[in-house]
Design a protein around this ligand. Structure first.
Ligand code: S3P
Length: 178
């Protein structure tokens, strides 16, 4: 299928919403490259995200995240990229993506997210005394930033990714004809 957008599609939203799975499926559908910015960060640092947070802290991770996303955005051809849940909190990244990408926010109910994330060992930002309270706070405080994206999809239940993917394909087509 021909990709109808003039810019790369960048998928945002909380951890656990399924950005990478969705992005890979969409890329397959449109015949585009799929890039996972977290994976690129791990590759550049030669270290897992948990280790980066533990050894150098969140600020260090965030500046690496800004640099990696900035580098990926220099690619000339359209592509689909999933970015980590905190990436668009950086004003620099937010502005870059607002200008050079079409941004998609995947929103999932907090209860569904918690079900998916409570056993995750790979989300260092949830390595706190009360991970549910931390998740809830991030979920609430980040919404204002996610809301500024171009396309929104609300996954209300633990629905199959194939259904979400079809909904997003329709929304992309609608956005392209606006
Ligand atoms: C983070 C989300 C993670 C990763 C890092 C921080 C966040 O990515 O970038 O652990 O602040 O929400 P995913 O959203 O892909 O899990």
């Amino acid at each position: 299928m021909i990709f109808p957008l003039p810019k790369p599609l960048v998928i945002t939203g909380m951890m656990g919403v399924g950005k990478s799975t969705l992005g890979a499926r969409l890329a397959d559908y449109y015949g585009l490259d799929f890039i996972d910015s977290d994976k690129e960060i791990v590759q550049a640092a030669q270290m897992s995200i948990v280790d980066i947070f533990e050894k150098f802290g969140e600020d260090y991770f965030r500046s690496g995240e800004e640099r990696v996303i900035n580098r990926i955005m220099q690619r000339p051809l359209p592509f689909i990229m999933a970015v980590g849940g905190g990436a668009i909190l950086s004003p620099q990244t937010k502005e870059l993506l607002q200008q050079k990408a079409v941004t998609l926010w995947v929103d999932v109910d907090l209860a569904v997210l918690w079900k998916r994330l409570k056993k995750s060992k790979t989300r260092p930002i949830l390595h706190t005394e009360d991970p549910l309270a931390t998740l809830e706070k991030l979920y609430q405080t980040r919404r204002a930033d996610y809301q500024q994206t171009d396309i929104h999809v609300n996954v209300l239940t633990d629905e199959d990714i194939a259904i979400t993917c079809d909904i997003v394909i329709d929304k992309i087509a609608q956005y392209a004809t606006k």
